[in-house]
Write a protein that binds this ligand. Structure first.
Ligand SMILES: C[S@@+](CC[C@H](N)C(=O)[O-])C[C@H]1O[C@@H](n2cnc3c(N)ncnc32)[C@H](O)[C@@H]1O
Length: 245
């Protein structure tokens, strides 16, 4: 069964517009009970936004150290999204993640637990890097110490607010049929799936890297191959009646 609306875009476009689109989505869906999983040091919804709209917003993360870096005023919960025993059931009407999915050891447990935490009819929205984009294949294969050193040379960032966490990429793929079937198999309806090409930030410091990457991105936008996206954004819905996925 194919319920998903599949579209393609660019990695940098999605990155630049992420916060605007996230706020628009929250407003459009009219959701009021929100959980950000893996929000860590950088919760994505501003406090003013949630207060003005009467939204309850929980930032859940496995690391207390990361949660402590987030500003005061957020409701913070330390929990592992892959450990179902410590998570509430049917508690939220919107659960979202940004750059979390690639870090969990089991995509299946992650999605199953998110499904359980949602109320019937609730939505999940995930933004994550995907295999088989070259920088993430390298990150997956090579030892953490080596990829951390490469990252700080190729795409340096604030090490406190933007730490590097080991990435496993379980169920982190573009909108292939197989990937959509995986999400159906845990019980989700796939509302829309956006595959994003190009991870230019990783190529800027490599001679000709940007040019080659842009060329590849243009080719993929014309003839999309879901297995070669660099990032994806997926909007899922928990069916109102279980087993109706
Ligand atoms: C790359 S950071 C992303 C943080 C934030 N979403 C952002 O975009 O800046 C990944 C976050 O996921 C958290 N994390 C990793 N595995 C987790 C798990 N199993 N359950 C909950 N959080 C997890 C990490 O502690 C970290 O805060």
């Amino acid at each position: 069964m194919s319920d998903a609306q599949i579209t393609y875009g660019t990695g940098h476009g999605a990155w630049n517009n992420y916060h605007t689109e996230l706020l628009e989505l929250v407003e459009r869906l009219g959701v009021k009970n929100i959980c950000e999983v893996g929000g860590g040091a950088n919760p994505a919804l501003p406090l003013e936004f949630i207060v003005a709209r009467g939204i309850t917003y929980t930032v859940l993360d496995i690391s207390q150290e990361e949660l402590d870096k987030a500003p005061e005023g957020y409701a913070k919960v330390r929990a592992d999204i892959c450990d179902g025993t410590s998570l509430p059931s049917s508690a939220f009407d919107f659960i979202f993640t940004k750059m979390l999915a690639e870090h969990v050891p089991s995509g299946e447990h992650f999605h199953r637990n998110v499904l359980r935490m949602l109320s019937p009819g609730g939505y999940a929205f995930h933004y994550f890097p995907t295999l088989f984009a070259l920088p993430f294949v390298v990150n997956r294969i090579f030892p953490e110490a080596l990829t951390a050193a490469a990252l700080s040379r190729l795409a340096p960032r604030d090490k406190v607010k933007q730490g590097k966490f080991p990435a496993l990429y379980s169920w982190c793929f573009g909108p292939s049929r197989r990937q959509i079937n995986r999400l159906h198999s845990v019980g989700f309806q796939v509302v829309r799936y956006k595959g994003l090409f190009g991870a230019e930030a990783y190529y800027r410091r490599i001679p000709f890297g940007s040019a080659v990457s842009k060329l590849f991105r243009a080719l993929m936008l014309r003839f999309p191959v879901p297995q070669l996206t660099a990032f994806s954004q997926v909007l899922l819905q928990k069916p109102v009646v279980q087993g109706a996925a």
